[in-house]
Design a protein around this ligand. Structure first.
Ligand code: PFF
Length: 467
């Protein structure tokens, strides 16, 4: 394949807005909508919000800027990009390619669950999803709709496959005409939906109590150890939410135009991501509060909140059918733009490494995703007895990537940029079309000292809490 053909297959974003919306689309995902509200409610409301925002403008800013700058300066997929920065760090490219390849399958499985709930609500059977009377293994065991659904093989597989195929459409078409166009259309829709639902839930009777619980700093039983746990949780959430250390920002950065401002773009992506997370909290915390009679433990962790508690809330809420449908459409859109970015990162690697066309690379990645994703689907049905290190298959993929591989990649990226390639490398890229780098000092301190420490903290927290 000649070079011009290769470059046109690779593609690039046609506008700054297109880049920002695509990157924000990647960042805004399931993490914003169910993980953020639950963490904020658990870790002292306003205290968590404040710590999170401080982290976003310092730590999040630094890591995202670094990745986008590496991508833009090298113009390559992750494998080529890390190698181009320093040959000895080529292995980081392999790690950065493996992470999205492992996340994409299980993320699409969850995306399939969201599609299922979306169709259930749209077809007016939302009340079904709130029931907990499905037959279990023995007559006295009753399952929730969610447990009943994921315990099957056919339905979750079908929704998973549909979600993978939906994801692949934009990637197949390419960066400017596929990903950019889809993001420019879906992100405003997402914003309108989330603002609309938030306004509605805040008008519900009793929502004020939930709002106070969410926004006011609750320092009542705040010990030193709880403060530390809050800091670790905020740091981990930020990492998860901003799509950092998954190779995504390097890939999207490689498609960014040289003349656009890096610093401003990163700030805008951050604001978008944090605003959506904040708005999701405005929906979920008051809504759950109203319908659980002020019981904050109803805001539990994990899929239970989104797939068990919220359907119950919607079924009791006036106009719950419409709000439930709108909510699950919103979650589906958020998940879709994130999975598109995960798939694009892997496709870019396959295209570059094996010199294949976009179409062929897409087919390979789809096949790989379907194969790996089926393991997660089976993990809840036919293989539900299989536990590895006490974890279900999907949880194992999630834990290995989010808790182990991603902090390691981010830590080594900080070392690479802070001490080996030197911050000058990033500074030059930032200043490419701009006269100055406003946050230069902050950036330097963060990348050399604060970020590596945060990464170690994220890495050891799950083990320390275990002990
Ligand atoms: N940042 C996105 C979200 O908040 O959902 C996407 C994402 C996060 C994908 C974490 C995968 C993941 F492990």
């Amino acid at each position: 394949m000649n070079d011009t053909k290769k470059a046109s297959e690779r593609g690039g974003f046609g506008s700054k807005l297109g880049f920002i919306l695509a990157a924000a689309g990647s960042a805004v995902g399931l993490g914003n909508i169910w993980r953020f509200p639950y963490l904020a409610a658990k870790y002292g409301g306003g205290v968590f919000l404040l710590i999170y925002i401080i982290f976003a403008v310092t730590f999040g800013f630094t890591l995202m800027l670094t990745e986008i700058a590496i991508g833009r300066s090298t113009g390559k997929s992750v494998i080529g990009a890390y190698k181009a920065v320093d040959k000895r760090f080529s292995f980081l490219g392999v790690l950065a390619a493996a992470i999205p390849a492992l996340i994409l399958p299980y993320y699409c499985v969850i995306g399939g669950w969201v599609l299922k709930y979306m169709t259930v609500f749209i077809t007016n059977s939302g009340a079904e999803a709130a029931k907990a009377e499905y037959a279990g293994a023995s007559p006295d065991v009753k399952l929730s709709f969610f447990e009943h659904f994921i315990g099957q093989l056919v339905q979750p597989s079908v929704f998973f496959i549909i979600f993978v195929l939906l994801t692949s459409v934009a990637v197949f078409i390419g960066v400017e005409k596929g990903i950019e166009l889809v993001s420019k259309f879906l992100m405003p829709v997402l914003l309108i939906l989330i603002v609309g639902i938030a306004i509605y839930t805040l008008t519900l009777d009793g929502a004020g109590e939930g709002l106070k619980y969410y926004l006011l700093p609750n320092t009542k039983d705040f010990t030193f150890s709880k403060l530390m746990r809050t800091i670790a949780a905020a740091c981990g959430q930020l990492f998860y939410s901003m799509s950092i250390a998954m190779g995504i920002m390097v890939t999207y950065g490689s498609y960014m135009r040289k003349e656009d401002s890096l610093e401003n773009s990163v700030r805008q992506i951050e604001i978008f991501d944090t605003a959506v997370a904040f708005l999701a909290g405005l929906i979920i915390v008051p809504a759950v509060f109203v319908f659980s009679g002020g019981d904050s433990s109803a805001l539990n962790a994990g899929p239970g909140l989104m797939f068990i508690t919220l359907p119950k809330v919607f079924s009791e809420m006036p106009a719950g059918g419409i709000i439930g449908s709108a909510f699950f459409i919103l979650v589906a859109l958020a998940a879709l733009t994130s999975s598109i970015s995960l798939m694009e990162t892997v496709v870019a690697v396959v295209m570059e490494k094996f010199r294949l066309s976009r179409a062929k690379s897409c087919c390979i990645v789809i096949a790989l995703t379907l194969a790996l994703g089926m393991l997660s689907v089976l993990g809840y049905s036919s293989w539900s007895d299989v536990k590895i290190f006490g974890m279900q298959i999907l949880d194992l993929f999630d834990f290995t990537t989010n808790n182990l591989m991603m902090p390691v990649l981010a830590f080594l990226t900080c070392i690479l940029v802070g001490y080996i390639a030197k911050t000058k490398y990033i500074e030059e890229e930032v200043m490419y079309g701009e006269k100055r780098f406003r946050s230069k000092l902050l950036y330097s301190v963060m990348i050399k000292a604060v970020c590596p420490v945060c990464m170690i903290m994220i890495l050891i927290t799950p083990f320390v809490t275990e002990i």
